[in-house]
Design a protein around this ligand. Structure first.
Ligand SMILES: Cc1ncc(COP(=O)(O)O)c(C=O)c1O
Length: 363
């Protein structure tokens, strides 16, 4: 039996008629970039997350870039971020000219809040909280630190659409939260897409201006902006997916619970969920000592796996200029060498997950 790491057309087929009807509708309307579909998606997404505003943009990286720009975070400023973040999180900081200050992750793969304060300097402007793999970070502790030191908070919710901390959704805890709708995300589009959410009207309007060449009114440019618009097709299709998101997340939770209960191999460490937090299981990440050996074993049994992520940002070629070297972040580096993500996707069959469980238990 073959189990791919992800099979995106399964969730397309589940709502195929809805998607196809909407697509034809939009194609026939003759209006394709920023319009009624984007406006209504923004309203529905803000309502779902629980913020006053949402602004659709072209992708998650742009959402981060424009969020820091809207917060006036730039040259000379420091932003605290977890060292095991995805590289795009760090790029959102450095493209604005600011400096990332890395903090080790906790046992839930999120930022270790107890290690934030020691990294705060008089240059620190913000904390970027990445709800990695689908689980919300410890927002109570992070918010308290931010308040005490007068820092802004940005959330990266690219992997956490719908996850909660203390019954409150990720994307509502910060000055600006950033989302990606890359096709494999829990709320994935059929191409690139992204959004920000915020309760601050000023930030929402600034990002609306920034995403469209710095203009509110056509050909009247107030700022040097970007072309980072969401298109009508993605917005229309995202509205359909959003209406099913809670069910899709529940399906992922059921699959994750099977892994948690039925993987019994002692060589495998299973993911943990923090008290008060929920995960939407964007990824199911396990740890094992001989990770490459496990990956080869799974590949030889036709099970697809991915490492999220094999090279931490501080060791990547792109960030050599920051001057870090190996052993600077030992927890992060140990994770990078021992983690591996198992297949978990909407539409995964009972037979497929059983095969993955049995194969891992035989390892
Ligand atoms: C945590 C995180 N942040 C940011 C991004 C960037 O999003 P995008 O690929 O839409 O630019 C991604 C996804 O790729 C991500 O996983």
């Amino acid at each position: 039996m073959k189990v791919n790491f992800n099979v995106l057309d399964r969730q397309y087929k589940k709502f195929q008629n809805e998607y196809e009807e909407k697509t034809l509708n939009i194609l026939r309307k003759g209006w394709y970039v920023l319009g009624e579909e984007v406006d209504s998606f923004e309203k529905e997404f803000a309502r779902y997350i629980g913020t006053k505003y949402s602004v659709g943009v072209a992708n998650g990286l742009d959402a981060l870039i424009m969020a820091f720009r809207a917060l006036d975070v730039g040259k000379g400023d420091e932003v605290i971020v977890q060292a095991n973040a995805y590289i795009a999180c760090v790029m959102g900081i450095t493209i604005n000219g600011a400096t990332p200050v890395f903090v080790e992750p906790d046992e839930y793969y999120n930022i270790d809040a107890s290690k934030i304060e020691e990294k705060i300097t008089n240059k620190t402007k913000a904390i970027l909280v990445v709800h990695l793999y689908g689980q919300t970070s410890n927002m109570r502790q992070i918010k308290a630190i931010a308040q005490k030191h007068n820092l802004m908070v940005v959330e990266d919710c690219a992997q956490s659409h719908g996850s909660k901390f203390a019954d409150q959704k990720s994307g509502t805890f910060s000055d600006i939260a950033c989302f990606s709708f890359y096709p494999s995300k829990n709320l994935g589009a059929f191409g690139d897409g992204g959004a920000i959410t915020t309760n601050n009207e000023k930030f929402a309007s600034k990002i609306k201006v920034l995403r469209n060449y710095g203009s509110q009114k056509r050909y009247h440019n107030e700022l040097v902006g970007y072309n980072s618009r969401l298109d009508e097709l993605q917005a229309g299709l995202l509205k359909i997916k959003l209406s099913h998101l809670d069910d899709l997340n529940m399906e992922r939770e059921m699959l994750a619970n099977r892994y948690l209960k039925e993987i019994t191999n002692e060589k495998i460490s299973l993911p943990k969920v923090r008290k008060n937090a929920t995960s939407v299981w964007h990824l199911f990440v396990i740890q094992t000592e001989n990770r490459d050996e496990l990956q080869e074993y799974l590949t030889s049994n036709e099970i697809g796996t991915v490492i999220h992520y094999p090279i931490p940002p501080h060791l990547s070629e792109a960030y050599q200029y920051l001057g870090f070297s190996e052993n600077d972040f030992p927890i992060t580096e140990a994770y990078a060498n021992t983690i591996i993500s198992l297949p978990l996707y909407n539409g995964m069959t009972d037979k497929e997950i059983q095969y993955v469980i049995d194969t891992i238990n035989k390892y």
